[in-house]
Unconditional design. Structure first.
Length: 472
């Protein structure tokens, strides 16, 4: 998105009410309320409608359930209580008083998780330095980007919204659930551990962006990238030691003694200390196998784990090493040769890495591909003979594992959040489309009743007359 103007709290509130009302009207209808008016907004006076609470008791019945963890259940039922999956199995009786969603002839999967997204951002890269760990992409995220609604219509329930790849150590991430229409704070996946974007290769060396008269930014070589990483984490270790020494001295303080002076706070090093302490996940943009091995070696030397290698187009060459590092790989289904460092990419990459024990996800890195990730997952079956369940994991459970949320979502298992997509046909078939998307048991998209994209677009245009002027 080109517009970088921050939106006032009043404007955010007005816009959120307008968008949320459209969603609320359709959701209430899906949960048994009266049918909305034909304008898709429940009538012109729908602005004061709140987002309805998650249904207390829901039963999805007569479905073919692709669990992503324990096979396929025919004529299955999912019972949801207070936004959590309470029961799942074949031919379960719907509890009395439950809202029943009849899924006869339909296929139910876990909600899709996009492990690499830049959706609904006002800015993606802070490119002024090769280390920008102090910035947070959450500060640039908008709750009203219509791409989020498109993704809901494609079964996406969560995404890893990342800083761009202009920096060796980039900005902090934001993991969201696609609660479209709610304020940004309500879209945050609170249980997700914080993450950060790293990057290797051409982007951070700015090999394709040199400008006459402009002093090149360090580093300009691959050996410079490694040096920068090692220098940054050496400084982080020293900074960490200073704070430990301060905490130790403060704990030993006796009555009457002067308090020790704390170290100077460094907001650029704080996230790196969190990485060293296992509190922040590293998601690293990467292409070439030699660079990937370098990063894994740096991580090993400093005692931290790379949670996911993003793109990782030459991962098939070093799959054993990636698996041994307990690092995930989040790749494209079939993109290659679009620049020099992507030249050796192959369509078999995801399948070959999975065969060697790597937990692989398929991501979008695109507003467009994000809404049809289930078709991209099918390509792993087409190219690499990956099993149906393993291909499904690539857009659900494996992605959840890479983001550190697999205890809460990513498969249809008892106790997990009821993040669910309901398809008209098998999700890997060309004819499939999403009928309904649930997040925490709440219906956020229902193809039969949800407002059209055009209706939402017109709603957002109305807010511009109030002085916002932002892109949607």
């Amino acid at each position: 998105m080109k517009n970088t103007t921050r939106t006032s709290p009043a404007m955010i509130g007005a816009r959120t009410m307008l968008l949320a009302s459209a969603l609320a009207a359709s959701t209430a209808f899906a949960q048994g309320a009266a049918a909305p008016a034909t304008d898709g907004f429940g009538g012109a006076g729908a602005l004061n409608m709140p987002i309805p609470p998650a249904a207390k008791l829901v039963a999805i019945t007569h479905a073919t359930i692709l669990t992503a963890s324990h096979g396929t259940i025919l004529d299955g039922t999912i019972i949801i209580r207070d936004g959590k999956i309470a029961q799942v199995g074949p031919k379960l009786a719907a509890p009395a008083g439950a809202q029943v969603i009849d899924a006869t002839g339909k296929f139910v999967t876990p909600g899709i998780i996009d492990a690499h997204s830049h959706s609904s951002l006002q800015g993606i890269n802070e490119s002024s330095s090769s280390i920008t760990s102090q910035v947070n992409i959450g500060d640039a995220f908008r709750e009203d980007g219509l791409t989020l609604y498109r993704q809901l219509a494609g079964g996406v329930t969560a995404a890893n919204v990342l800083h761009g790849s202009a920096n060796t150590i980039g900005g902090q991430n934001l993991t969201v659930k696609m609660r479209f229409g709610l304020p940004v704070d309500s879209m945050k996946f609170d249980k997700a551990p914080p993450g950060i974007k790293f990057a290797l290769g051409e982007n951070v060396r700015q090999t394709n962006g040199a400008q006459p008269g402009r002093t090149p930014r360090y580093p300009r070589t691959r050996m410079g990238v490694e040096e920068l990483l090692r220098d940054a984490f050496t400084r982080a270790q020293e900074y960490q030691a200073e704070w430990k020494e301060y905490d130790k001295a403060k704990a030993a303080l006796k009555k009457g003694q002067a308090e020790p002076i704390p170290p100077r706070r460094d907001i650029q090093l704080d996230p790196l200390v969190e990485i060293l302490e296992g509190k922040r996940l590293v998601h690293a943009h990467s292409y070439r196998s030699d660079e990937i091995l370098m990063l894994l070696k740096v991580a090993k030397d400093f005692g931290f784990r790379v949670a996911s290698l993003q793109h990782v187009l030459e991962g098939y060459k070093i799959a054993d090493e990636i698996a041994a590092a307990n690092t995930g790989a989040s790749t494209f289904a079939d993109e290659w040769a679009y620049k020099l460092e992507a030249w050796d990419a192959i369509a078999f990459n995801a399948s070959l890495m999975a065969e060697r024990g790597v937990k692989v996800s398929i991501n979008s890195d695109s507003d467009e591909r994000a809404r049809r990730l289930y078709q991209d997952a099918a390509k792993a079956m087409h190219y690499g003979n990956t099993s149906e369940e393993e291909a499904l994991k690539m857009i659900t459970l494996n992605a959840a594992w890479q983001l550190g949320v697999d205890k809460y979502t990513g498969s249809i298992d008892v106790g997990k959040d009821a993040d669910i997509a309901i398809f008209t046909a098998h999700p890997f078939s060309p004819a499939a489309r999403v009928d309904m998307t649930l997040i925490d048991g709440r219906v956020y998209f229902d193809r039969k009743t949800s407002p059209s994209l055009e209706a939402l677009l017109q709603a957002t245009k109305k807010t511009r007359a109030m002085g916002d002027g932002g892109n949607f």
